[in-house]
Design a protein around this ligand. Structure first.
Ligand code: COA
Length: 261
């Protein structure tokens, strides 16, 4: 395990065997995200995107929260609404990630915390996790993809229930609605998330990043275009050295060694 300096104490980052763990570390404020933390996350994800030593990411929080969203107390610091609109944003940071991300949701995932969880590719929750879009209780709405991502994840009616009431749902309901893939005991959460991330990290990295790009296309493009895009990316992955290694290893009945080329 090596320290992967995030440049800020409120965010811990560790690299272990191609898996980068990012942990929000502001437990006394339920991992509410400040501007400084947002900027650090933008830089961290940019660095991870460019780093071949990172093949998968686990994103989690310390203490009893995954994240309670934006730090409400710092939201008045912007000089103008335009400045607020153009802020460096942690949801955008995660959305810019090319590497697969597993969210390990340990507790409250509220507002931007829920949006970041939805922006991750795979969500595993502890029994202690709760999920809400509480912005409406404060007089505004989420702006990090809440409506689009919730609707895609749990359907328009369930999304409306969450968005219009702002009330929380527990981990079991999140599981029933497909918001998370698995619910585990709190002490098993990180282990399970790392298990999944390690499997992804063992796959050829270009193919894993391509899988992520195709999933994004599947959600955003008309189906014919998404299928055409998938075919193009299949052609690109098929031409990689790793794909040749995969075919050779299969023929030679040995374990493939993937190098991300
Ligand atoms: N922004 C800033 N600070 C926050 C925060 C947020 N989003 N969420 C929690 N905190 C702070 C609290 O102010 C408190 O700080 P304090 O000890 O200095 O008063 C600390 O975190 C612990 O939270 P607290 O409210 O005492 O815990 P609780 O268990 O009683 O309640 C919540 C938990 C999640 C119900 C409550 O903190 C809450 O409603 N938070 C706001 C969530 C939200 O609306 N998020 C969307 C933001 S856009």
């Amino acid at each position: 395990m090596s320290d992967y300096d995030s440049g800020i104490d409120l965010i811990e980052a560790d690299l272990d065997g191609f898996v980068l763990t990012i942990r929000l570390n502001r437990p006394d404020k339920l991992n509410a995200v400040t501007q400084e933390m947002s900027a650090a996350l933008v830089d961290l994800i940019t660095r991870a995107n460019d780093d071949p030593a990172v093949r998968a990411i686990v994103y989690t929080g310390s203490g009893r929260a995954f994240s309670a969203g934006s730090d409400i107390r710092t939201l008045d610091q912007y000089a103008t609404p335009w400045e607020f609109r153009n802020r460096r944003d942690y949801c955008d940071a995660l959305r810019a990630a090319r590497k697969p991300i597993v969210a390990a949701i340990n507790g409250y995932a509220l507002g931007g915390g829920l949006e970041t969880a939805l922006t991750c590719d795979i969500r595993i929750a502890a029994t202690t996790a709760t999920f809400a879009a509480p912005e409406i209780k404060l007089g505004w709405i989420g702006g990090g993809g809440m409506s689009a991502l919730l609707t895609a994840s749990i359907g328009a009616g369930n999304a409306a229930l969450m968005l219009m009431t702002g009330d929380p749902i527990d981990a079991q309901r999140a599981l029933r609605w497909g918001l998370v893939s698995e619910v585990v005991e709190p002490d098993a959460l990180l282990g399970r998330a790392h298990e999944i991330a390690a499997v992804i990290a063992a796959r050829p990295p270009i193919a894993a990043e391509t899988a992520k790009a195709n999933l994004r296309a599947a959600q955003n493009l008309p189906q014919d275009q998404a299928i055409a895009y998938e075919r193009e990316l299949q052609g690109i992955t098929f031409a990689t050295e790793d794909a040749a290694e995969g075919r050779a290893a299969f023929a030679e009945k040995r374990v493939p060694v993937f190098r991300g080329r």
